[in-house]
Design a protein around this ligand. Structure first.
Ligand code: ADE
Length: 236
């Protein structure tokens, strides 16, 4: 997969892309990142990426021209191969594991990091294929959300995580939060690990994990169970 990122702060990506699993995924040839400095796609001497909003009002708006120039250049290098252009902004569809999973199957993704009061509406309407938000809060820009999305997608690319099983039982798979985990020692400051986990009885352990995942989800995120219930009741 190739992920192109359009940003006014390219250096922000250095640390995140050069550590841990994302670094290894690149070394293994599973993913490649191209970080584009939006200012390189301006045509004025001040390399201006924003301007005042038509109609007045506070704040600045990201200009369409550099963003279109940059995305068009990226696409020209793809030579007709399919790509998806995603604008990171608070008005977008809220990121879920299902969205990340869908995106992890693509070969080419272009991420546009929004800023200021927003981006010119023509970017949304005429350039972006989708808009993604990472939650109902407003950040200073789309860079951190782009990194969150990159992380969520990269770890789902086949072969990126070493242990195949580590994707089997994680939170949000099958609309459940993950079951509790314990490691050595079995008695830590007099706090014991549940006995069943020491039993060696794999079917009992499996049953315990499912029960714990279900009760944890019911307690903390009952909203995740709703689609399941609706399906069960024939409402979907
Ligand atoms: N830009 C600013 N806030 C954001 C958010 N919550 N998600 C995506 N992009 C953003």
């Amino acid at each position: 997969m190739i992920i192109d990122v359009v940003t006014i702060f390219p250096k922000m990506f250095d640390a995140v892309l050069n550590e841990s699993i994302i670094k290894r995924a690149q070394a293994k040839g599973k993913v490649k990142f191209h970080i584009h400095d939006l200012r390189d796609y301006t045509s004025d001497k001040h390399r201006k990426v924003d301007d005042r909003p038509f109609g007045g009002g506070a704040g600045m708006v990201m200009r369409p021209e550099p963003i279109f120039n940059c995305v068009e250049k990226i696409k020209s290098k793809l030579k007709g191969r399919e790509s998806k252009t995603i604008l990171l902004c608070p008005q977008g569809r809220k990121l879920t594991q299902a969205i990340a999973k869908g995106l992890s199957k693509l070969n080419n993704i272009i991420l546009i990091c929004g800023h200021y009061e927003g981006v010119d509406e023509r970017v949304r309407k005429n350039l972006a294929d989708a808009e993604v938000s990472i939650g109902d809060y407003v950040l200073t820009g789309g860079e951190l959300p782009a990194m969150v999305l990159i992380d969520a997608i990269t770890r789902l690319i086949p072969g990126v995580l070493g242990d195949k099983n580590s994707l089997n039982f994680e939170s949000f798979e099958g609309n459940l939060l993950e079951h509790p985990h314990y490691t050595r020692p079995s008695n830590f400051r007099k706090i014991e690990v549940p006995k069943v986990l020491l039993s060696g009885d794999h079917s009992r352990i499996e049953a315990w994990r499912i029960k714990e995942a279900e009760s944890r989800t019911r307690e903390r995120r009952p909203d995740l169970l709703l689609p399941k219930l609706r399906r069960k009741n024939g409402q979907d």
